[in-house]
Each structure stands twice: as C-alpha cells, then as structure tokens.
Design a protein around this ligand. Sequence first.
Ligand code: GUN
Length: 554
Amino acid sequence: MIGAPGREVVKALLPGLRRRFDVHLVVCNAENSAGGYGVTRDSGTALIAAGCDALTGGNHLWDRREGAAYIAEEPRLVRPANLPEGTPGEGWRVFRASDGTAVGVVNLLGRVFMREADCPFRTADRVLGALREKCKVVLVDFHAETTAEKMAMGWHLDGRVSALLGTHTHIQTADDRVLPGGTACLSDAGMTGGFDSVIGMDRQAALQRFLTLLPGKLTPSDGDLRLNGALVTVDHATGRALAIRRLEIPYAPAVSGGGARLLRGDEPALSVRLAARAEVERLRARGVTPALALVSVGEDPASRIYLKRKGEACAEVGIEARRVTLPAGTETHAVVERVRALGEDPALHGILVQLPLAPPAAAQAVLEAVPPGKDVDGFHPVNVGRLAAGLPGFVPCTPRGILELLRYHQVPLAGRHAVVLGRSNIVGRPLAALLSRKGVDCTVTLGHSASGPALRALAADADLLVCAIGRPEMVTADWVKPGATVVDVGIHRVAAPDSRTGHRLCGDVEAASVALVAGALTPVPGGVGPMTVAMVAANTVLAAEGAFAPSVAS
Ligand code: GUN
C-alpha cells in the first residue's frame, strides 16, 4: 500500500470488496503508507478508517521517525517478529474477525538481500508455538525480497498456518495456490498504488536515481491506480485454506472524473420516439395507420411489463398496438397458425412475438411464421441473414437501441475493441454483427459462457464492454479497463433486505465498483431498457413504410 494514492484506492474500493466477497478480516501491509516510506499515526489511522482490521510492516516500517510512538502503541499493528528483543511493538497479535473467528497475524522479515534480522524460519516456529492455543487461523505476511526464500517459508509452514503471503517486491506474482497441507501461498501480493511508476514511486525520479546514482527524492505515483491483494478462504474450524485468489482491481478516478459518465437512455429514447411520431403523422396524412401486433404465449411476469411498455410507446407515437395473448399450453402449430393469420392481415404492419413462449410452444417455428417484412424484432432468419451480410433489414431492437444510445452520447467506436459478453440471438450475436459493420467499424470479440475463466481477461481488454450475460452483477471493476465504456443490458430483481420493498433492480454489472473504473456506464434501470422500447416503435414505422417489404417480404 503506497502513500496517499494507495490510501485513496483502499478507501474507495475496500468497502465494496468487503461486501462483495463477504470478507471477515482485512490485513494491509502499511510500511509504505506514509508518503511511500514508513507508517505514521495519520496514515495508519486512515487505513483503519478505510476498513483495514490489521496492519503489518516490513523493513521500511520505521522510515518516519514520527511513526515510532504509533508503532509501539497501535494495538492493530504488527511489526516484524524476527527483530531484536525489546524492539517496540508486537511481532504477532490475535485479531477477532467479523464472524468471531480468532485470527493470528504474524509479520516476518526475510534475510536474503535484506538487512540483518533473526532467522525468520525459527522465529515462525516460536511464534506458532505461542499461537497454538489461541487460534486455528493464522496469516503470515512474509516481507522478503526473493521468491526462493518465500517459497521455502511456504513449505516450512505448510499445514501449520492458513496463509503465507509475501510482500516487499510490489510486483504481484502469479503463483497463488493452496499447498497440500492447507496453506494458501502467494510469493508476492503486489502493491496498491500507482502503476505508472517504478514499484509505486514516480518513474522519472526513480529512473534519475539509476542514471545518476544520486539520492533524488521519490514521491508516490498517482498514475494508473490499482488495488492488489489476495483473497483467502479458510475453514475456520480447522484453519486450512480452501482457496486463494489474487486480486488486481483498477481504480481510475482521473479517467472517469471520480465516477463514470452516466449514459442515460431516456433522452435518446425520447428523441427516437419523437422522430417516430413525426413519421407516423406523415403516414396517417397518407391514410396509413401504422399497426403492430404484440403476441405473447403464457403469463411471464417480466414479459408482461415489457409488453406494457412497448404498447405505451406505440400509443404515444400514434401506432395502434394490438395485444394477442394466447394461454400457456398452446401448441406450437396453433401459435404458428395465429401468427400466419396476423401476417396476412393487410391492416397490420408489424408483428412482435414476445419471448419466452410458455411451453410447449417452440419459439423458432413461431418466429419463422412472421413475414420478414413485418418482423419488427428482426428475429426471422431472413433478417438475421441480412444483418450478418450487411444488407438492409430489420435490426433487433436492443442492439439497435444500444447503437443509437452510443451515437447520441458521442461514444467513439471506429477502430475500438468492443467485447460483447453473451451470444443470445436477441442481443449478443446481432450486436456483434452491428458493431463490426462498415461505418461502425469496431473490432469485435464475442465472449460467452463457454469462454471460461478467459472471459474476464477478454472483458478487461475492451474499450467498449457490453454485458448481456443475464447474471446479476457478474461484471465487477476488475473486468473493466480504466476509462472503458460499459453498456449494461441486464435487468434483475435481487433481494435487498434493507430496502423498503425488500428488493432492488440491478444489471449484469456491479455498478458501484465499475463506476469507479469505467469512463462511462449505462444505468439500470434507465439505460438500455428505454432504448429497446423506443426501437419497437421505430421499427414499426419502418414496417408501415414498407421499408424492407419489397425485397424481403414472404
Ligand atoms: N424477450 C426478451 N427480450 C426480448 C425482445 O427484445 N424481444 C422479444 N420479442 N422478446 C424478448
């Protein structure tokens, strides 16, 4: 944790991380917390106020003379244990985690390429002897330079401590694992602070020191801020680690101005509806009243709300919306017949079949019964194919709405890397086709459930990240490149015991953490949803104008 920039990251990100991972104890190495050197009362107090439960040290702990009294007095601070008898402070302490578990925290200094200290291995043995009766769960912060010494300590302590986490190099290693005896190990947890730096300090000044060998002043970097650490899951009955996961989470207030720009959908949706209304007036003046059939099978609660909104949007712009509701249990052939009859009705210009259909009705056969020239959802294979081939045709409402929302907010797209998460026919696939179209010109990656653990790294490379995976708050800050534009397509109702209603709405994106990293983010609700609804009206106007009928009508 390096200086004021590191403290800022901890303060901003730690509360969300504690909630999200249900963290019971946070241990923070604080030896660089005061201007990059040592700990002071102010820097230690700030870390504790930010949510750290225990602070550990290292060879730089005493770099600030004014910090000495604090190190001696602070009951939440653990200094290296393998120092001479009589060194102020304590080398190990027992903390009470928020679930009541007693957790021993030990700090040790390495000896390879470090200043002299007592043998860390034998000191560890002695400390564990003292801790044996006090707690089952023990975390050791081994502050050491070399990987070899840290790995050796991991094997020395395997089965006797819950976690052995290295610090000191500031560079996170990729060797996180649980050893056979149940000790979670990571050679170095990395650093929290500015990565546009030399191990957290201003890179120009650091470079000058190497070039000139003069002792120039180093100050903490505040460029490319990130939180590094590790999350260890421990069986508190046995003290054995169950899992360890490295964390690297970007934090970009400088890019996002302290919070992502909100790309709201209500304004662009209004302008889409106003344009549709003007077209409807022209059509009506020619004696054409645009009309749309909204077909549903069964009583899906979410569908009921969507259909209500679509009907209202149509009414607002002057489109006649006719609801066609078939009961759950209707056979596919009966739904198909009904849709075909609607297709033959010359007074109807558009047909939208709301998905999902209640079983046993099969969606694909029903969608193929919609004449392509009336297919305002763009789900008929003819329109799917036309979109894939870059030909004119109906474009599904959500992807079309997303593109219009990005255009309205002037988000640059040409040449940018767009990553679309989710390969549904309703959003992911058609959006990937749209974004890679000539004139839009994104480079597109389509990630999905079978992309496996690589999905997160794909997402973190995106300039534009579209989340349409259907899992509440799955996309967190560590999936997002600082400054990226994030489009949240999901909408979910999740339990919220503290709220008046007992629930809240959220998307596929954890907005609270992502807003700290992203440059721009669509809100849920009020982002993509209104755009989808507006595009139903816009596509129905196109259908009434016969926009695609001459070449594609069946
Ligand atoms: N179900 C979920 N989203 C959609 C949509 O955009 N159109 C239809 N027809 N059904 C849906």
